[in-house]
Design a protein around this ligand. Sequence first.
Ligand code: NIG
Ligand code: FE
Length: 384
Amino acid sequence: MTSLLVTRIGELVTNDPETGEGPLGVVTDAAVIVEHGRVAWVGTAGSAPAADTHYDAGGRAVLPGFVDSHSHLVFAGDRAAEFEARMAGRRYEAGGIRTTVAATRAATDEQLTAGVARLVAEMRRQGTTTVEVKSGYGLTVRDEARSLAVARQFTDETTFLGAHVVPPEHADDPDAYVALVTGPMLEACAPYARWIDVFCEQGAFDADQARRVLAAGAAAGLRPRVHANQLGHGPGVRLACEVGAAAVDHCTFLDDRDVAALRDTGTVATLLPGVEFSTRSPYPDARRLLDAGVTIALASDCNPGSSFTSSMPFCVALAVREMGMTPAEAVWAATAGGARALDRDDVGHLGVGARAALVVLDAPSYRHLAYRPGVPLVVDVVGG
Ligand code: NIG
Ligand code: FE
């Protein structure tokens, strides 16, 4: 058995209040012992037991790997021109998804796999060690199933999002498309998926259709999560809470009943500030949610349309600057919050027993993630 001592950690974020100070469980002058890929011991460097190998963090800050609980990495094509048009004043519309659908259907499995590999590697370089990946740019039985088969090569956190938008060939009969999604498509996709998702929004699926999708997914053994309240107010957040979704994502337009439902059910509100940045839209009010006692996750929503960033540090910086979160709240939401959104207790923290995924920053403190926006601070990822 080989043990690894990570030592001379200037500031360690454990997210374990029993291990360190405050909600982030911060330990200064810290050390961690890793055995069998798990955290076996956490404490001060001076009191660390012996180990077979050493890693010298050189006084830098170390935190748990980011848990990016929302991404759409299986796609082909490019929508830079759409982004450029938006920056010149055009509105973001859900219908842009269809551009990516056409390119994705035309791509080979190898092209799709290479695209995911590139983005997963890009994420890891920026400290993401757990990622959820959705389908949703295939929208046929074949293309959704192969999207999920590709995603599964990279993560167990795969989500069937056949109900992303109604594809053009079903435009005149959306209910027939819902029947396809909840029937043959679900059957072909369920073996590769852990989660079922639906975009419940004007221009995508209404509450009744979304309920049917989530119920069919649950009957096939998939757990619900929902895209909702991105472009306007609507029933999606309350529906997600009602069906016991682990998370409801976007949450940009919320009324008081939505906030109360999130608080009362414990459904995680996953905020995706890369979307508001890239669509030049108002940011969600994280402060209102935190003050109400709602659990928040931050995720990238990495996709070619509304948020083509893979960077969790960028999302942390946006959450602090634009959404009223403190650096500590944002870092928690990007790590432990993401783990909650995926209902995982082995990631997002560095307490004893956690999966050992340690991100080393070229900075003395986690605060620098927001304080030094756009700077590649992640210098190493240990384990994961
Ligand atoms: O999460 N909201 C729906 N789906 C994606 C957008 C995808 C796209 O524009 O291609 C999202 O933002
Ligand atoms: Fe999304």
